[in-house]
Design a protein around this ligand. Sequence first.
Ligand code: PEP
Length: 249
Amino acid sequence: MRRYLIAGNWKMNKTIQKACELVNGLATESKNINDVDIAVFPPFTALYEVYKITKETNIDLGAQNLWYETKGAYTGEISPEFIVDVGCKYVIVGHSERRKYFQEKDELINRKTKLAIEKNLIPIVCVGETLEQRENGETRKVIEYKINELENIDFSKIVLAYEPLWAIGTGKTATPEVAEEAHKFIRDLVQTKYGSEVASNIRILYGGSVKPDNVKILMNQPDIDGALVGGASLDVNSFMGIIKGSISL
Ligand code: PEP
């Protein structure tokens, strides 16, 4: 039985003080919630202070990115060992904003995913198509390519996130049917490549303008196992609305 994971990607938002205020609010409001996994992904600068709060709670911590080596002359980069050191359990890999603004390619994403697993982090690997690719009928081809590029990776140790790029930060959510079709396609691909046990256990999150008022209908789909939330994770009420909406189906 797959447990939902509701993950809040704060992106480049929140000073240390604001991050602590947000996570304190979430900790208070979620203290009796045990039916769903909750994780927050603050900016690197706030991770340790947030960890001091989350370590006493049912909220897990994650980082938004990592580098593919553990140490050395990589000015400005963050080793997976540092991420573990500040108490993270998860790390986001291959987010579309990293692909778009930092030209991250599948080969780099593969290396990052491998090292994250080696360091006992759970990578949340993002895949999804652009609007143009969807309109050209290439959604399946793009997804399949990105899943195939994750070669030599233990799929029992990762979380996948289907994030159609046209739905991220745009207010346009995929309809539950469109999202489910992509999720089922991904699960079937995983089944073909890695067998039914891995496929039935892997969590596939949906990401793209998830809000309290659309979360229920999305989470009601059989192959959607949680959400990767951007904008709506920056406020206690809206993130709690999503968490609560996902468990009261
Ligand atoms: C994201 O950045 O992963 C995301 C899904 O953002 P938003 O919820 O704001 O669309």
